[in-house]
Design a protein around this ligand. Structure first.
Ligand SMILES: [Zn+2]
Ligand SMILES: [Zn+2]
Length: 345
């Protein structure tokens, strides 16, 4: 997502000593003269005072980068300053830049938030770290029960699989046979289709095209519609806020209706029967048609011990032995699925 800048607005800070709201760039309280604390949070002005800054110098200052706190006296200096305006100390000697880029709250939002920093004289001392509750260790019993449950489930799974793989061999008589053979056919045809205009087959003839949404980009792109979220203010670290919006870009592209010549599958030529004389379909192809392959399927139905079993294979040699009335050895699993079929001698 791209952050789009709409302009700059003044921010304020509340003096922790007297509560006066001061303009963001002013570094000492206009009422009591107290210095702005290092960790002060800037706030948005109320909606009625909200107005974009037009002063080029202020905008340049906001764009220059976050202010730097003097490592000697804490005074906030512009990022371009080399020495502190208050004590003359070297700012390159460990000067700390202000936090920047975070969302700025309004005074009302900050007041509504219980965890808003309290003025220093009211701040509660933090409880010593040792008083913090250590993370509760996971009960050993729970771990053992979990391991046992997993082991039981694994064992049950293994037993189930081995039970399903257990087979019985029975004698059964062939009661029905069925075969089906087919040949796939394609025809070279002129087809109309649609796709992105830059992804068409080489011989495609464009019939018409229109603009269509293709993808969403995080950064501005050609032929895109900008879609932006709500405006908000971020701290530039200078006492001036930047009004921004997070935007994405819906990119459109040409979508073509085209015609092209392609091999198109026709319905396969299929023959079938309930006897032991399977044959392949006979047909003639036109100049624009071709075969694509063959498929064969044979189904043998048997009855034994009062049960009916069905076996499907693509092996014609096995099928041709399945004379109706012949007796076979059928291997079935616990779900009555035929695993193997052997002619009984
Ligand atoms: Zn004050
Ligand atoms: Zn200083």
């Amino acid at each position: 997502m791209a952050r789009k800048s709409l302009g700059f607005v003044p921010l304020i800070w509340a003096c922790p000593s007297c509560g006066t709201q001061n303009p963001g760039p002013i570094k000492t309280c206009t009422s009591c003269g107290a210095p702005q604390p290092e960790d002060v949070q800037f706030l948005r002005v109320g909606e009625e005072e909200f107005n974009f800054i037009k002063d080029e110098a202020l905008i340049r200052m906001a764009k220059a980068g976050p202010d730097i706190h003097c490592p000697w006296c804490g005074t906030r200096n512009p990022s371009t300053a080399a020495v502190c305006s208050n004590c003359g100390g070297e700012l390159s000697q460990g000067g700390k830049p202000r936090q920047s880029g975070q969302k700025v709250q309004s005074a009302a939002e900050a007041a509504a938030q219980p965890q808003a920093p309290l003025p220093p004289q009211q701040a509660q001392p933090l409880p010593p770290a040792s008083a913090a509750q250590p993370a509760k260790p996971v009960n050993k019993k729970t771990i053992i029960i979990g391991v046992v449950v997993i082991a039981v489930l694994c064992l049950a799974g293994i037993l189930l699989v081995s039970w399903l793989n257990k087979t019985d061999t029975i004698q059964a008589t062939v009661t029905d046979v069925y075969w089906e053979r087919s040949v796939g056919i394609e025809e070279y045809q002129e087809v109309t289709a649609s796709d992105w205009c830059d992804e068409l087959p080489s011989d495609a003839e464009v019939l018409s095209y229109s603009q269509k949404y293709r993808y969403t980009s995080d950064s501005p792109a050609a032929n895109a519609t900008e879609v932006c979220g709500e405006e908000y203010v971020v701290d530039t670290g200078t006492g001036i806020g930047e009004v921004v919006q997070d935007c994405v870009y819906e990119v459109y592209a040409d979508y073509c209706q085209y015609s092209a010549w392609e091999w198109v599958a026709l319905s396969p030529m299929t023959v079938s029967g309930r006897d032991l004389s399977p044959y392949w379909p006979t047909f003639s192809l036109s100049d624009t048609q071709r075969e694509t392959g063959t498929a064969e399927e044979y189904v043998i139905t048997l009855t034994g011990d009062g049960e009916q079993y069905t076996y499907t294979t693509d092996d014609p040699d096995l099928f041709l032995q399945a004379e109706p009335g012949s007796v076979w050895e059928v291997t079935v699993n616990k779900l009555n699925q035929v695993r193997e079929l052997i002619p009984y001698n």
